[in-house]
Design a protein around this ligand. Structure first.
Ligand code: NAP
Length: 338
């Protein structure tokens, strides 16, 4: 075992122990343009060598293809990895830009069976409700998820993009190991209600898009100009038009700080989210997504970058200055219901 392995963190009070950074696998099949499958497979293997053990997917990513893509890797390392997937969200087959959200009990049961089959596992280690369907009481949704635990199909429960109050109601039905929500230098809305509730209940935070979907690394400055057609980020207000130009200039202090620390912009962004969670007194496991071994090394190394108090202060105003929302339709997020 190499010295470069990252530290471990427990998700929730009785959730699994995982490497302090996970790996977002969505981009390997979905949303961010063409993928080299061999390179993506090499990324999975390199991540594991570095001590990354939480692997994040969802049934919605390329309509189950992402789960299928990951299955051989999980089979080869079943005892070393924590498999996290999600239900509740699907793209309308007639209009991929349209999202369908469903928390009906029968649908959840079917989704769990389908994910188990595609992932080729007997049990899902961490099963998330991906999005909240407001037509179904959260207690009922978590009740069905708890039945899946009792039936041995799921080990631990998680919720994505829930409000603080929804999290409290859920936790009253069954322990929740983790809340997965967007959290980054650019997206801090969850600090108002979700983060305090998670802290109060002993639930861990799994920040998604901690690199601002790549924007915080400086690897693209305008979705329309720099990214391929069909890339999900072309539909996100903050990465397009005048918003993107204004937001790119917000990275100046991040760049300066990174240069001073001999780090990359992405590493500063990842260190920030890790430390921001510590300020709130929360266990945290960010899940940056990458398909490239060199980048997974760079990202994992960020778990060892400690920003000073004055560096954290320098980064403090950035989120408040971001132009444009993180989604075109915020009603599907916790902030949209708070
Ligand atoms: N619960 C939810 O609703 C939800 C929503 C979105 C995402 N997620 C999960 O969260 C994971 C992470 O979020 P995300 O992928 O949206 O965004 P992210 O982690 O903020 O950024 C991913 C993007 O950054 C690039 N990147 C990664 N490391 C880099 C580096 N060191 N230097 C330069 N570029 C780098 C990646 O490109 P390459 O792949 O080409 O390296 C990719 O385009 C996803 O994979 C998914 O599992 C969950």
């Amino acid at each position: 075992m190499s010295d470069s392995r990252i530290e471990k963190v427990r998700l929730g009070t009785d959730g699994p122990e995982v490497g302090a950074q996970g790996l977002g696998c969505m981009g390997m099949s979905f949303a961010y343009g063409p993928t080299d499958a061999d390179e993506a497979r090499a990324t999975l293997e390199r991540a594991l060598e570095l001590g990354i053990t939480l692997y994040d997917t969802a049934d919605a990513y390329a309509a189950g293809e992402n789960e299928k893509f990951l299955a051989p890797f999980f089979a080869a390392h079943r005892d070393e990895v924590v498999v996290a997937t999600k239900f509740a969200l699907a793209m309308d087959p007639h209009d991929p830009a349209k999202r369908i959200i469903n928390n009906e009990p029968a649908y959840i049961r079917q989704c769990a069976e389908d994910s188990l089959r595609r992932l080729e596992v007997d049990e899902i280690d961490l099963y998330y409700m991906h999005r909240r369907d407001v037509n179904v009481p959260i207690e009922e949704t978590v009740g069905v998820m708890a039945e899946l635990v009792r039936e041995g199909k799921v080990k631990h429960l998680g919720l994505s993009e829930v409000t603080g109050n929804e999290l409290r109601a859920a936790q009253a039905v069954h322990p929740i190991a983790a809340v997965q929500s967007e959290w980054s230098l650019f997206s801090r809305d969850i600090e108002a209600g979700v983060v305090p509730a998670a802290r109060e209940l002993g639930v861990a935070l799994v920040p998604y898009s901690p690199l601002g979907r790549g924007f915080l690394t400086g690897s693209f400055t305008s979705a329309e100009k720099d990214l391929t057609e069909g890339d999900f980020r072309r539909g996100q207000p903050r990465f397009n038009g005048d918003n993107a130009a204004a937001n790119a200039s917000l990275l100046d202090p991040v760049r300066k700080l990174a240069e001073g620390r001999n780090a990359t912009l992405g590493q500063v962004a990842l260190a920030w989210v890790q430390q921001r969670a510590q300020v709130h007194g929360l266990p945290v496991v960010p899940i940056p997504g990458t398909r490239r071994p060199a980048r997974v090394e760079e990202n994992a190394a960020a778990t060892r970058l400690l920003l000073t108090e004055s560096e954290m202060e320098l980064l403090e105003p950035i989120a408040g200055q971001v132009a444009g929302g993180r989604y075109a339709d915020m009603s599907f997020t916790s902030a949209g219901r708070e």
